[in-house]
Design a protein around this ligand. Structure first.
Ligand code: ADP
Length: 333
C-alpha cells in the first residue's frame, strides 16, 4: 500500500489517543469515540500515552465494555505523554508502520494545538486521515467555543476561591490567587468574575499596576479590606508571587497572602458541560471519518458542530471584550 498521502479509502479501523496536557472530560470523549465506532461496526484501538504509544506500538483493541464506568472520571484512561521522537520524520515513519501493522486507517487525536500540529504533519506524510478534538483546560484553540476540560477547571477554581474568600473575610486579608491557563487568561477571567474578584490580571490585557494599587488604597480607606485578585499564571508580572511582592512593597499595611491553585484545576470529575461537549465531539469525530472528512478539528460554535482544518486549529488568543472588563470593575466597587 502506498504510504504517501492520497485518496482516502473508507475507514474501518480507528485509533484514538489523548496527547499533550490532560483535561477532565477526555475519558467521556474516549468513550464516545469507542462506542460510536462500535455502533457503526468499525474496529477501534486505544493508543496509550499519545504519540509515544504509536512509536512503542502500545495499541490495544477496545470495545464498548472497555469504556464502561469512565464518563465521570477525570484524567485519561489512555494516559497522555509528550513525545519528542514524533517531531522527527523517522519517528513519524515508525508510528505509521506500527499503525499499519494493526490495520488502523483513521485517527482521532484528543489534545491541544501541539498535538494538532503533529497530526497535520503526520497526515501530510501518510495516508491516514486525522480528526482532532480540542482537549485543554486553557480554552485557547481557534475554531471552537468550548474545549474539553475548561468548564471543569473553572468550576474547580471557583470552588477553591470561594473557600479562600471565607478565610480572607475572617482575617480582612487581601488574597492574590493564581490560576492556570498557560498564556491564556480565560480561567482567570471566568473564575474571577464568578467569585467577585476585585481585579483580574490576564495576559490578554496590559495591567495598570498604578491603578490597581490606587484602587486597593482607596478600598483600604473605606474599610473594604477583603479583596481578591485573580492572576493568570501567564500574566505579564510572572504570576501570583510576583504580583504580591509588588503590592506588598507599595502597600505595606495590607495583610497580603498568596494562593496558587495549581494542578487541582486539571483533575476531578468533569462537569455536565464537559461531558456533553466531549460526547458530542467524540461522536462527531467518528462521523467525520466515516464521511471521508480528514485533517479537521471538530469544534462547537454557536451550539453547532464546526469543522476547522487542522492547520488553522491553532492556539488563539480570543479577544477579551471591553464589556467584560467593565463588568469586573463595576461589580467590584
Ligand atoms: P498540546 O497538544 O497540549 O498542545 P504539546 O504541545 O506538548 O501539547 O504537543 C503534544 C505532542 O504532540 C508533542 O509531545 C509531540 O509529540 C507532538 N507535537 C507537537 N508539536 C509537534 C510538531 N510541530 N511536529 C510533530 N509533532 C508535534
Amino acid at each position: 500500500m502506498n504510504s504517501k498521502k492520497g485518496t482516502h479509502k473508507k475507514v474501518t479501523k480507528i485509533g484514538v489517543l489523548t496527547s499533550g496536557g490532560d483535561s477532565p472530560g477526555m475519558n467521556a470523549c474516549i468513550r464516545a469515540v469507542v462506542r460510536t465506532s462500535r455502533y457503526y461496526g468499525m474496529d477501534v484501538f486505544g493508543i496509550v500515552r499519545g504519540y509515544q504509544g504509536m512509536l512503542d506500538s502500545d495499541i490495544n483493541e477496545m470495545d464498548s465494555r472497555s469504556v464502561a464506568n469512565i464518563i465521570q472520571r477525570g484524567g485519561t484512561i489512555l494516559k497522555t505523554a509528550r513525545c519528542l521522537e514524533f517531531y522527527e520524520p523517522q519517528g513519524r515513519k515508525k508510528a505509521y508502520e506500527n499503525l499499519k501493522k494493526k490495520g488502523i486507517d483513521g485517527l482521532v487525536i484528543i489534545g491541544g494545538d501541539g498535538s494538532f500540529r503533529g497530526a497535520q504533519l503526520f497526515s501530510n506524510e501518510y495516508d491516514i486521515p486525522c480528526i482532532g478534538i480540542p482537549g485543554t483546560i486553557d480554552k485557547d484553540i481557534a475554531g471552537t467555543d468550548f474545549t474539553i476540560g475548561f468548564d471543569t477547571a473553572v468550576n474547580t477554581a471557583i470552588e477553591s476561591i470561594d473557600k479562600i474568600r471565607d478565610t480572607a473575610d475572617a482575617h480582612d486579608r487581601l488574597f492574590i490567587i493564581e490560576v492556570m491557563g498557560r498564556d491564556a487568561g480565560y480561567i482567570a477571567l471566568h473564575s474571577g468574575i464568578a467569585t467577585g474578584a476585585e481585579h483580574i490580571l490576564i495576559p490578554e490585557r496590559k495591567t495598570d499596576m498604578e491603578a490597581l494599587v490606587a484602587s486597593l488604597e482607596e478600598k483600604e480607606k473605606r474599610k473594604k479590606l477583603v479583596n481578591l485578585v485573580v492572576v493568570a499564571e501567564g500574566d505579564e508580572f510572572g504570576g501570583g508571587n510576583e504580583v504580591a511582592k509588588t503590592i506588598k512593597s507599595r502597600l505595606p499595611n495590607l495583610d497580603v497572602r498568596v494562593a496558587i491553585l495549581g494542578h487541582i484545576q486539571r483533575g476531578g470529575s468533569p462537569t455536565c458541560l464537559d461531558r456533553l461537549i466531549a460526547s458530542r465531539m467524540g461522536y462527531s469525530a467518528v462521523e467525520c471519518l466515516m464521511e471521508g472528512k480528514h485533517n479537521v478539528m471538530v469544534g462547537i460554535m454557536n451550539n453547532r458542530m464546526h469543522y476547522t482544518p487542522l492547520n488553522n486549529a491553532v492556539k488563539a488568543k480570543q479577544k477579551v471584550s471591553e464589556e467584560w472588563m467593565k463588568i469586573v470593575k463595576i461589580l467590584a466597587s
